[in-house]
Design a protein around this ligand. Structure first.
Ligand SMILES: *Cc1c(COP(=O)(O)O)cnc(C)c1O
Length: 390
């Protein structure tokens, strides 16, 4: 079966009730037939659920689907994307270890590296995606992990995963960890290049309808096993309900992504034609500085378009206020189109220069293109461009 079919056909084992859709397993623990089975399951000699902090039929089904798409040996799901990202560091690193990260990463991931981990003796060095040659120089004897997002948020800069994974020829001990939330495994499969771990905020495209939080990490079985110990004893488990919902959503991920991407490309083309726009970033737009790489690495360009409006902060904010259908929120990957002004919201804590380093200008606007009719989306954008002129 092909990926799209497997996403629909992978499901928890049918019960004696012969249900068609997968039931919701709202149970904290699981019972054993007898004391001996309890012993064997606890000892790991027999497979089976023990307690929903460890596993549950709904979370297992979701993990199976994510691992199938990513081509991963094993995986785990979490209560949120940040719980997943946090565990991918905290379960595998110890005091004295060093992380090399590409600079444009999700705000809370940046806080982990710069505020929390130094308390526990874990240090980091940032590298600019525009200067990938600095990567080698940043690696120290105690470097354990390289962490990155591609494409980045909101600058939509890419890191060449094939090039990146070659670093392991010289540094085989490094764990390469990629947050694949923006692209989704439908568009980009980092493990195929040799990446060790992939993390996700399932809150974004995986749910795709802005309803629940969720996260996932998948990759090398030995690393996931170490992480399993960590989550068993620290408890960032995903609820069965969220797993059930997100697993259902994955049935439609390919169809939704096809539509998000087609509409986003169209919006990017329209913006590129506008005299009110200084620059447009979209991975599959030929004007993107890494267009060739984007074509190779991503099946389609994704659902996010970033552009710089002529007129700075004031014009950018006026543009947002002139939108009628797009909603102003910092979320993304929703069926509803969303507009964000990063400089005054998601990235307002950074200094002007830090923002420019990661491609955020006063007039930068990030659009998360939804599933509405493309004519309505384009009309709203064009109207807001015109109305925001003065
Ligand atoms: C949203 C997001 C996260 C955090 O996920 P939550 O589910 O909100 O905790 C991490 N990385 C990226 C790239 C994101 O967009």
């Amino acid at each position: 079966m092909k990926e799209e079919s497997k996403l629909i056909r992978t499901q928890a084992k049918r019960s004696e009730n012969r249900e068609h859709a997968v039931p919701l397993y709202l149970t904290s623990s699981f019972i054993f037939d007898d004391a001996e089975q309890g012993r064997a399951v606890f000892a790991g000699e027999e497979e089976g659920n023990i307690y929903s902090r460890y596993s549950n039929p709904n979370t297992t089904e979701l993990i199976d689907k994510i691992c199938m798409m990513e081509g991963a040996e094993d995986g785990l799901v979490f209560s949120s994307g940040m719980a997943a990202v946090f565990a991918s560091f905290a379960a595998l690193l110890k005091s004295g270890d060093h992380v090399v990260a590409f600079r444009s990463i999700f705000g809370s991931t940046h806080q982990l590296l710069t505020t929390l981990f130094p308390r526990w003796g874990i240090t980091h060095t940032y590298v600019d995606a525009s200067k990938p040659e600095d990567l080698e120089k940043a690696i120290q004897p105690n470097t354990k992990m390289i962490f990155l997002e591609t494409p980045s948020n909101p600058g939509l800069e890419l890191v060449d995963l094939e090039w990146l994974c070659k670093i392991k020829e010289k540094h085989p001990q490094l764990i390469i960890s990629v947050d694949n939330c923006f692209a989704t495994p439908y568009l980009q499969k980092p493990i195929a290049y040799g990446v060790d771990l992939v993390s996700h905020s399932a809150t974004k495209y995986m749910d795709g309808q802005g309803r629940v939080l969720g996260g996932a990490v998948c990759g090398r079985a030995d690393l996931i096993k170490e992480m399993m110990f960590f989550i068993r004893h620290t408890g960032p488990a995903m609820s069965a309900f969220n797993a059930w919902l997100i697993s259902k959503s994955l049935e439609t991920l390919p169809v939704r992504m096809d539509r998000h991407c087609a509409s986003a490309l169209r919006v990017a083309q329209v913006l590129e034609e506008s005299q009110d726009v200084l620059e447009v970033r979209y991975p599959h737009l030929p004007s993107h500085p890494q267009y060739e790489l984007a074509k190779r690495q991503m099946k389609q360009g994704g659902g996010i378009v970033t552009f710089v409006i002529d007129g700075g902060v004031e014009r950018a904010q006026r543009f947002l206020d002139c939108l009628e259908m797009f909603l102003i929120t910092s979320n993304l990957g929703d069926s509803r189109s969303i507009a964000t002004h990063p400089a005054s919201t998601t990235h307002s804590k950074l200094g002007e220069e830090e923002r420019q380093n990661i491609g955020i200008y006063p007039g930068s606007i990030r659009l998360s293109i939804g599933l509405e009719n493309i004519d309505d989306i384009v009309e709203d954008v064009v109207r807001a461009l015109e109305k925001s002129r003065n």
